[in-house]
Design a protein around this ligand. Structure first.
Ligand SMILES: N[C@@H](CCC(=O)N[C@@H](CS)C(=O)NCC(=O)O)C(=O)O
Length: 308
């Protein structure tokens, strides 16, 4: 709101044909207003949750963080928005975690940074229950490659669904009750602009699709190989860590387990029966070629995806 007033100042000056002194007075008034806003933040702080996670219902990166937070058993409020709105209008991605500590509200974006915060904040307080979040050099290295696999899956999914308006809008949360009504109203009319943006931002093309499929299959192949010795955690051993959860959460974009988001993604989740034919063919191929990785994801969702 304040930014709108700020941008409106030159219009007010022009409309009322104000003198230089009048324009200066207006600027001083705007500065006073800004100070008032700062003071009111201290004297009458807005009622915001202590911990708020911004998401898009079907976002696989949001699921990575949401799952870790659910596993920690901490209280938080999830605020969902429609896909693409945030990045197009404000340049932010989800997940984003807002933390209120006393008067200060801090915001962290980017899933790895959020997980490092959660480890720092809850590692000591929750002890063993938070140990799955402990970052080691191997975990951090594999996490960053799983995140890249997640970005490759963005290109993969949009390559397949972007020509199907109904399916894309569904994935963006058109039919989801957790998406704000005003965003749902605007999704359909703005779809052509959003599609154009995605096509350019993610460089959707046959060539790029072929390249990301190679990268996706390389990562799936590596996980498959690691799991061949019967281990229950990708980096070895039996106890689940955040890298295992990240791999399962990011892979949910193609596998669509029913337990995604602890079963709360509702109408935003894509049923595999809705997949365009070629997308289904990719999923079948990955399921056949990487059975251990697939079974690993399904087991983690079945056994571990409990709600907050
Ligand atoms: N590096 C980021 C990637 C997050 C990301 O790409 N999120 C997607 C959703 S899966 C997003 O926010 N897209 C923009 C939008 O749909 O508004 C992270 O790890 O959190």
């Amino acid at each position: 709101m304040y930014s709108l007033i700020l941008f409106g100042l030159p219009v007010i000056v022009a409309f009322y044909d104000l003198s230089t002194a009048g324009a200066i007075a207006l600027v001083l008034l705007a500065l006073l207003l800004r100070w008032g806003i700062t003071l009111s933040g201290i004297l009458l702080p807005a009622r915001v949750p202590d911990l708020e996670l911004e998401t898009i219902a079907v976002s696989h990166f949001a699921e990575k963080v949401r799952w870790c937070m659910d596993r920690l058993g901490i209280d938080y409020v999830e605020k969902s928005s429609a896909g693409i709105f945030g990045v197009i209008f404000t340049g932010r991605t989800v997940p984003r975690l807002s933390i209120k500590t006393g008067l200060v509200q801090s915001v962290i974006g980017n899933s790895p940074e959020i997980l490092r915060y959660l480890w720092g904040r809850y590692g000591i307080e929750l002890g063993e229950a938070a140990s799955f979040l402990e970052p080691t050099p191997e975990r951090v290295e594999l996490e960053s490659r799983i995140d890249r696999y997640g970005v490759n899956l963005h290109v993969w999914v949009y390559y397949h669904i972007l020509d199907d308006k109904a399916l894309t809008l569904r994935a963006w949360g058109l039919e989801s009750s957790t998406t704000p009504g005003w965003q749902r109203l605007l999704l359909s009319p703005l779809f052509p602009v959003f599609r154009l943006f995605i096509r350019h931002a993610l460089r959707i093309s046959e060539k790029h699709y072929a390249r990301v499929v190679q990268h996706i299959e390389a990562l799936l192949g590596e996980v498959e190989e690691r799991l061949e010795d019967g281990r229950r955690s990708i980096l070895g051993g039996d106890s689940t860590d955040y890298v295992d959860l990240s791999f399962a959460a990011i892979s949910a974009l193609w596998l669509q387990p029913a337990e995604f988001a602890a079963g709360n993604a509702g109408a935003a989740q894509l049923d595999r029966s809705l997949y365009p034919i070629q997308m289904g063919v990719d999923v079948e191929r990955w399921s056949d070629r990487y059975p251990l990785a697939k079974a690993f994801i399904e087991r983690l969702y079945r056994e571990e995806r409990i709600s907050a």
